[in-house]
Design a protein around this ligand. Structure first.
Ligand SMILES: Cc1cc2nc3c(=O)[nH]c(=O)nc-3n(C[C@H](O)[C@H](O)[C@H](O)COP(=O)(O)OP(=O)(O)OC[C@H]3O[C@@H](n4cnc5c(N)ncnc54)[C@H](O)[C@@H]3O)c2cc1C
Length: 387
């Protein structure tokens, strides 16, 4: 089978890249081991999609198919420290309609797949894995677990944090485990959330409640491993009481809507995101602490940038040429690095029990709350990942 581009991994990053290339001449194969799962009820994996990425998803036609009654805007953020510090900011004060949109991962994933299925230039190779990789001067050959083989001028690794493509291409990655687990669950609350995203920096981790439609919220509690095991072992009522206590009853009584699940958290950096005939995007290119909610936002921006480079190519140009791929790498070099550093430092700053740092970080939050310039910078950071 001959293609121009093979995308390994049809998660949100890989699928959005394929869809963003729907008008190109490129013949694309998407290799994905698992089809998107149908999640009955509410998905426990929820994303805060930035306005910029909502625009990207609108441009590629996936957004308009999402059920509007299951998406919620974030109009404001309320951040609390662990010793009296607090910081509040809103989209309104910076002239923005919203800071983010809260979207269920599964539904967005399925919409991207539906769009991809209708695409004339995409071949879906599902339920199989790549097993062999060999690179020649003009193409890459990928052997598949069903015995077939696929050739292309460019292979994109969108296959998540343990990327097979990255390993085959010899792109080095450095992992720093946080020794924390992201515990996610959805709750129905007694009081309305008023479209506010809450975040508590606590001695036992960083707890975020994101507003879902109606009186529902989605929790991401980035907790030290021991505490996370305790949370995951609690029955529904005890978990509700524990979260209500940890959030000082801000949203009143809670009722568990979706059972808790845990995800280990780690920082992952790569030496490079491109080599001749290879590029990596999404979590294959960077993993970040979820405290800023920017993980998939970085992945969408990778997909958008790589698609823009490939869509802009003259017909005679080779999409796998390193000079072409460097255009993508240059555009995406700075932002993931800066966000990884910011979230890493914040995580470490709030993860220490040092009494001096405890006072400093809470004074820092209160000071920031009184400085309009810094507050506006934070609004831009929350809405788009840039200061
Ligand atoms: C607890 C938690 C909360 C989070 N909250 C947020 C948030 O609020 N906002 C946000 O932006 N991000 C958040 N993230 C991060 C977000 O989940 C990831 O950034 C995102 O899923 C990455 O998408 P991806 O498509 O790059 O990779 P993945 O979602 O990992 O997709 C990779 C795909 O490749 C497939 N695959 C893997 N290996 C192979 C192979 N060898 N062959 C074929 N297919 C393969 C997999 O089946 C999968 O479909 C959170 C993460 C965690 C852990």
């Amino acid at each position: 089978m001959d293609f121009d581009l093979i995308i390994i991994g049809g998660g949100l990053a890989g699928a959005s890249l394929a869809v963003a290339l729907r008008a190109s001449r490129l013949r694309i194969a998407v290799v994905e081991t698992h089809l998107p799962a149908d999640v009955p009820g509410w998905d426990s994996r929820i994303y805060a999609v930035s306005p910029e990425n909502a625009d990207f998803l609108r441009e590629i036609g996936a957004w308009r198919h999402l059920d509007a009654s299951r998406i919620n805007p974030v109009h404001a953020m309320s951040i609390r420290g662990d010793a009296g510090g607090s910081l509040e900011f809103s989209a309104y004060e910076s002239g923005l309609p919203e800071l983010a949109w809260i979207v269920e991962s599964g539904r967005l994933h399925r919409e991207l797949w539906e769009t991809m299925r209708r695409q004339h230039n995409v071949t879906l190779l599902c339920g199989i894995s790549p097993v062999r990789f060999s690179q020649g001067a003009a193409s890459v050959t990928v052997g598949l677990s069903d015995g077939r083989q696929a050739n292309a001028r460019l292979v994109v690794g969108a296959d998540g944090v343990n990327s097979w493509v990255r390993q085959q291409a010899g792109i080095a990655a450095t992992f720093t485990p946080y020794d924390e687990v992201g515990v996610v669950a959805n709750f129905r609350c007694e009081r309305g959330h008023r479209n506010v995203a809450y975040q508590w920096f606590r001695p036992d981790g960083i707890l975020a409640l994101l507003p879902l439609p109606g009186k529902m919220v989605s929790m991401v509690w980035s907790a030290p491993a021991g505490c996370a095991q305790e949370l995951l072992a609690l029955d529904a009522d005890s978990l509700c009481r524990r979260v209500a206590d940890a959030t000082s009853g801000e949203l009143g009584y809670l009722k568990l809507e979706t059972p808790a699940a845990g995800f280990p958290l780690r920082l992952m950096r790569v030496d490079t995101t491109v080599k001749s005939r290879i590029a990596v995007i999404g979590d294959a290119a960077h993993a970040i602490h979820p405290l800023s909610g920017h993980g998939i936002n970085l992945g969408f921006k990778d997909a958008r940038e790589l698609a823009s480079v490939l869509n802009g190519l003259a017909p005679w140009r080779d999409p796998g040429e390193i000079a072409v791929l460097r255009g993508y790498a240059r555009q995406r070099a700075e932002e993931p690095f800066l966000l990884q550093n910011t979230t890493h430092v914040l995580n470490r700053l709030f993860g220490t029990a040092n009494p001096v740092l405890t006072v400093l970080r809470n004074v820092g939050l209160n000071l920031t709350d009184r400085l309009p310039v810094v507050r506006h910078a934070l609004v831009r950071y929350a809405a788009g990942g840039r200061f």
